[in-house]
Structure formats: structure tokens, C-alpha cells
Design a protein. Structure first.
Length: 216
């Protein structure tokens, strides 16, 4: 288990019994020169830490689920000769998966649309891996109530955070609406206030690792 050290990722592995390796990672270099230099420096440090640990652990394969936390471990694994498997859950791969796909042995994708962005011969459509807790729920009777689960990733998604309160408000003209929204730590309070201003019944969380309950 690789961990970049953010509070969100730390909370997502609560109860994990396996080994946790913490690395200090950063996003891709961009923007101001000072920020870019710091990002490169942190990436080099994360690579060194991952390379030393990879040599000591010698795993059979490294599975990367995307995000900038995958970059250093993926590159380190390739340098040590360990095969890398990537998983892309989105129809359009993010920057990390797009960059790392050239170094991967296989790229598992959740949507066929993602095949257009992955090197030929490496991609396989696997769908989404689900934990055992995601048991099929009983069929629900169609009615006027509309329940919406809104997720934008661990850090939230700006466009969803900004627009969903207005969208849910518009839907209330036709349905009774109930929203559960994962907005990210930095935006949760503002998103909750927006739903309240639009008089929408909504539960807003910064983050949740109990996805099985949210999907139920």
C-alpha cells in the first residue's frame, strides 16, 4: 500500500492490516517557476524513497490506481524491473495515467471510451473493482423521489461543487430530491451552504471511505 501522506488518503485506509509505505509526493510541475521547482524536488525525493523500498520489498507486481501519488512508485518499479498495472476508472484518463501508461505492462480501464487514450496492446476493459461490501441491493419501486449521489474524487470536483446545487434545485420542480454530495475538504462548507440557499435536502461530506453504504 502506497500512501502520499495526505489526510484524505490516510483516512481511506483506516483498518487496513497490510503494510503502509508513506511517500511525500506532489503534483506535476506547472505554473510558477518556484512551484514547479518544489514539485520536481518532491517528485525526486518520492522516487528515491519508492526505489529504495521497492528494492527491499521486491513485489511481484505494482498496481497503480492513478493520481500523482502513483507517479514515483510506478517509475521506481520500472527501474527495478517490476511490472506495473494501471487502473483508470474514468472515460478520459487523467494526467497521471496518461503519462504512466507508456511504462505500464497493462492498463485496466472502466470504460471502453478510455481505450482511445491508452497505447494499443496494453489496455483491457475490466470495469470497476468492487469490494465484497458492495452487495446488490433489493430492487426499488419507481416513485417520485429522486436520490442523487454526487462524487468528484477525494478532492472533489469544482464543476460539480459549483453546479449541482442549482441542478438539484431545478430537478425539484419535477421530483422530490435528496442529495448526498462528497465535496472535498476545502469545499464542503461552501457546497453545504449552496444547497441550503437553494432549499435542497442534501447531506454534504468532505470525504467518505464507506462507499458501500453510500451506494446502498
Amino acid at each position: 500500500m502506497w500512501l502520499a501522506g495526505r489526510d484524505v488518503e490516510a483516512s481511506s485506509i483506516a483498518g487496513w492490516q497490510g503494510r503502509v509505505v508513506k511517500i511525500r509526493a506532489s503534483g506535476f510541475p506547472s505554473g510558477r517557476i518556484v512551484v514547479a521547482v518544489v514539485s520536481v524536488w518532491r517528485l525526486l525525493g518520492a522516487f528515491r524513497s519508492a526505489w529504495l523500498t521497492m528494492r527491499a520489498m521486491r513485489p511481484d507486481v505494482l498496481l497503480c490506481m492513478g493520481s500523482y501519488a502513483s507517479v514515483a512508485p510506478c517509475l521506481a518499479a520500472r527501474c527495478v524491473g517490476i511490472p506495473v498495472v494501471l487502473h483508470e476508472a474514468n472515460a478520459v484518463p487523467g494526467r497521471a495515467i496518461s503519462f504512466l501508461s507508456r511504462f505500464a505492462s497493462r492498463v485496466a480501464v472502466g470504460f471502453e471510451e478510455a481505450l482511445a487514450y491508452v497505447p494499443r496492446g496494453k489496455a483491457v476493459v475490466t470495469g470497476f473493482p468492487l469490494r465484497r461490501g458492495f452487495a446488490p441491493s433489493a430492487p426499488r419501486t419507481a416513485g417520485k423521489s429522486l436520490s442523487l449521489l454526487v462524487m468528484g474524487g477525494s478532492q472533489g470536483a469544482r464543476v460539480l461543487n459549483e453546479r449541482m446545487p442549482r441542478v438539484a434545485s431545478a430537478l425539484q420542480a419535477h421530483h422530490e430530491v435528496c442529495v448526498v454530495h462528497l465535496a472535498g475538504r476545502q469545499s464542503a462548507d461552501a457546497v453545504e451552504a449552496a444547497y441550503r440557499d437553494h432549499k435542497v435536502n442534501a447531506q454534504v461530506f468532505a470525504f467518505s471511505s464507506d462507499m458501500a453504504t453510500l451506494y446502498a
